[in-house]
Ligand binder design. Structure first.
Ligand SMILES: [Zn+2]
Length: 391
């Protein structure tokens, strides 16, 4: 590729494989960065090694990762909320844990755990995150760790209007079973006319509640006297949100694990993005999102980790590995973990090793110089490979 001009002294990173994402993998490749981390050239090492100070890596190089759905503020609950029997049971356990151990709500503990989680994300190559927050105390920690952050101020408001969001944050709804119609409308209006993000079809109990007003989530809502205004509505979640005209291009539909084909087709037609969090789905309900049907529907897909209360790490390569093991296409998964995730969050400077972008640079260590398929390596083994942030 043709070098473009950059500021200051350049660094030429050489490696047996470079995976630019937006172009085919390059054997014996090079990535040239200026001193701000902007890519000035990507190509064969033999063509580019004279363009700056050379650093050689026994690694596969790729752009920084994008986590399109996390709840950093739940990091102190890592490993504390067992799952396996569905969303309503998991939520009930989460609420019971908070009630039984009030010290868990201690702010310094919440912040210490969140800071450690943010630094761990950065260290393993995550460069951007859509972070869902109710308390609002931890978003600054992601910025301190050097990440680009979309702060989503999540509201749970079954009746009446939601509390206003904080300056700099984007208001958003938790789910159709926790926000009433006035609340959903207000949150969409405050975000420019459409919901920025919402948990949708994470569990079969959501559709059962909206369609017929019964099932495990209906029982949970009744226990708490918290049925949202306007529900049940006789529609599945995506159709309901569309009937209210609250979703469209830019909306992050988180999970879609139990969505039927009509819901997926509708979401695709509306230009929404599916954000898949497969390890969280496995933990909570022992199921995976229907990747083949989602892909066939033509939906743009990003990957998220959900929180440490339902997932073992905040590294999207863990999500990639889980779906790759289940048979999903490694190249398609890496695209979701980088470029499509970046675009879904509106970070156009991220996602690919391409001149003019400032995508971060991640090195995943390899033992074998003769590695045949770097994309499959990243997809299946990247989450456990030694990781070094080069930019
Ligand atoms: Zn979530």
């Amino acid at each position: 590729m043709t070098p473009v001009s950059g500021a200051g002294r350049a660094t030429v990173h050489l490696a047996p494989w470079v995976v630019p994402i937006a172009a085919a993998p390059i054997r014996d490749g090079a990535v040239v960065l200026d001193n701000r981390g902007v890519v000035t050239a990507v190509g064969r090492a033999t063509h580019l090694r004279t363009l700056g100070e050379v650093r050689e890596h026994q690694a596969v190089l790729l752009p920084g990762l994008v986590n399109a759905h996390a709840h950093l503020e739940l990091s102190h609950l890592a490993g504390r909320v067992p799952g396996g029997d569905g969303l309503a049971a998991w939520i009930r356990r989460l609420l019971a844990l908070r009630d039984s151990e009030p010290e868990l709500n201690n702010l310094s503990q919440v912040i210490d755990s969140a800071r450690a989680a943010a630094l761990a994300m950065a260290a393993r190559g995550t460069v951007a995150v859509a972070d869902v927050t109710n308390g609002g105390q931890v978003a600054g920690l992601l910025l301190e760790a050097g990440l680009d952050v979309l702060v989503l101020d999540e509201r749970i408001a079954p009746r009446g209007l939601p509390a206003p969001s904080r300056p700099g944050a984007i208001p958003t709804a938790h789910a159709t079973y926790t926000c009433g119609v006035p609340s959903l409308r207000a949150l969409a209006a405050a975000a420019g006319g459409r919901l920025a993000s919402i948990h949708v079809e994470e569990d079969p109990a959501e559709a059962a509640y909206l369609l017929e007003g019964r099932g495990p989530l209906a029982d949970l809502l009744d226990e708490r006297n918290a049925r949202p205004e306007g529900t049940p509505c006789g529609l599945r979640p995506v159709a309901w949100l569309d009937a209210l005209q609250l979703i469209g291009p830019g909306t992050l539909l988180v999970h879609l694990t139990c969505a039927d084909d009509a819901s997926l087709a509708l979401a695709a037609r509306l230009g929404a993005t599916a954000v898949l969090c497969p390890r969280s789905n496995l933990h909570i309900s022992d199921r995976l999102p229907p990747v083949a049907r989602i892909r066939a529907a033509g939906l743009r897909v990003a990957l998220g980790t959900d929180s440490l209360a339902s997932s073992p790490s905040l590294d999207v390569l863990g999500e990639v590995a889980t779906l790759a093991k289940a048979g999903a296409d490694p190249a398609w998964l890496l695209n979701a973990a980088t470029l499509d995730g970046a675009h879904a969050l509106g970070f156009r400077h991220l996602g690919a090793l391409q001149p003019g972008l400032r995508p971060g640079l991640l090195a995943l260590g390899i033992n074998e110089r003769s590695l045949e398929n770097p994309v499959a390596f990243i997809a299946h083994e990247g989450a456990s490979a030694p990781a070094t942030r080069l930019a």
